[in-house]
Design a protein around this ligand. Structure first.
Ligand code: DAT
Length: 175
């Protein structure tokens, strides 16, 4: 049985589905700490090269997990990253997979000024539900939450749902 009294969440999904904005909102509403893993890895020198197609740093996943190993067992973290398969299941209490419709996602990626190759790569990732499959291969089905993230209203509803899930998790722990 985990010793933590506050859960750890992963918020994952194709780039542009709204991970960082949801994680930020959830952190301010719940008091959990938000870690944007891409930034965290760069800040702590936990990267393993540069992805030329996606134009982003590649995480050294083992180093990231080692680095977080001293704090994750205490709970209270929202881990924000597109992938999710490298954390040991015993450290994670729920895996939120955000999903966005194609046309909405395309507009968000375009607005970010991504080059076409990066946009197509990310669109394929969403169309083939790569991240959802990755979550299903790595974690028990009952800890995976697939949430729709197309509109600000959906984002608010997702934050509300997760705040209430965190409260229920804490209450169950006290029983
Ligand atoms: P990610 O961290 O998955 O790459 P983000 O949180 O940076 O995504 O969001 C990308 C952009 O889309 C940003 O301008 C905020 C906006 N956005 C995110 N989720 C949204 C939602 N549910 N409804 C409307 N806009 C959203």
């Amino acid at each position: 049985m985990a010793r933590r009294e506050i859960p750890n969440l992963i918020v994952c999904g194709t780039p542009g589905t709204g991970k960082t904005s949801l994680a930020h909102k959830l952190a301010s509403q719940s008091g959990l700490k938000h870690i944007d893993l891409s930034k965290y890895a760069v800040e702590h020198n936990l990267v393993d090269g540069w992805d030329e197609v996606l134009n982003c740093a590649v995480l050294d996943e083992d180093k990231v997990v080692d680095h977080l190993e001293s704090c994750l067992p205490d709970g209270g973290y929202i881990l924000d990253y597109h992938g999710c398969d490298f954390f040991p299941q015993e450290l994670i209490d729920t895996v939120v997979v955000l999903r966005t419709e194609n046309s909405v996602l395309y507009d968000r990626l375009k607005a970010r000024g991504y080059p076409e190759a990066k946009i197509s790569n990310n669109m394929e990732c969403e169309i083939f539900q790569t991240i959802l499959d990755e979550a299903r291969e790595s974690y028990e089905e009952d800890i995976i939450m697939e949430l729709s993230s197309n509109t600000p209203e959906e984002q608010d509803a997702n934050a509300e749902k997760l705040v209430s899930w965190i409260a229920d998790w804490k209450n169950d722990k006290l029983k």
